[in-house]
Write a protein of this length. Structure first.
Length: 181
């Protein structure tokens, strides 16, 4: 329970930290007569990982799209190349955040999640769940929030061993506490 509280709390903290400095920059720039675009648009309300990245750190996402994804070919050269490009740019996004393996793995996992999301869109399973399941919007939100939250473990951990230890604590359901060093 303690591990879950810590991980969800970190999700809230990192959002407040990133969105907070963005909102301060927007407010200060307005006082100076300048207009800065919104950088966070309720990302934790996203119902899939693509929507999350459209809402989270919007300027970074647009930069990644314009200067990495599109020059690599974007989605112009077939699905396999599109999926490879997503993996490459998100891994580079992880590297941009830091040179530790935890950041690189964080980015790579987000790339995998984006590939899964793009495979899911338009699939017969997706149309079945969308049309026949009334709780689909809620379930997709929970799955997205859970996926992003679990990825934050890598973002916050000092090394992969520490991240794995936290994951074990999350899913072992014992009374062990959690301490991030």
């Amino acid at each position: 329970f303690t591990a879950w509280i810590a991980v969800v709390s970190y999700s809230i903290q990192i959002y407040c930290d990133f969105a907070g400095y963005s909102n301060m920059a927007i407010g200060i720039s307005l006082m100076l007569g300048l207009h800065i675009e919104e950088n966070f648009n309720f990302p934790y309300l996203a119902r899939n990982i693509s929507d999350f990245w459209r809402r989270w750190h919007i300027t970074l996402t647009e930069w990644i799209r314009d200067y990495l994804y599109i020059p690599l070919g974007g989605s112009r050269n077939g699905k396999q190349r599109k999926y490879l490009n997503l993996l490459i740019v998100m891994t580079l996004c992880g590297l941009w955040h830091g040179s530790a393996w935890t950041f690189i793995l964080w980015g790579f996992i987000h790339g995998i999640l984006l590939v899964i999301n793009h495979c899911w869109k338009g699939s017969t399973w997706q149309s079945h769940f969308t049309h026949y399941t009334k709780f689909y919007p809620f379930a997709s939100w929970v799955l997205t929030f859970l996926s992003v939250t679990l990825c934050w473990i890598l973002f916050r951990s000092n090394n992969i061993g520490q991240a794995m230890s936290i994951l074990v604590k999350l899913f072992s359901f014992n009374n062990a506490g959690l301490v991030w060093l």
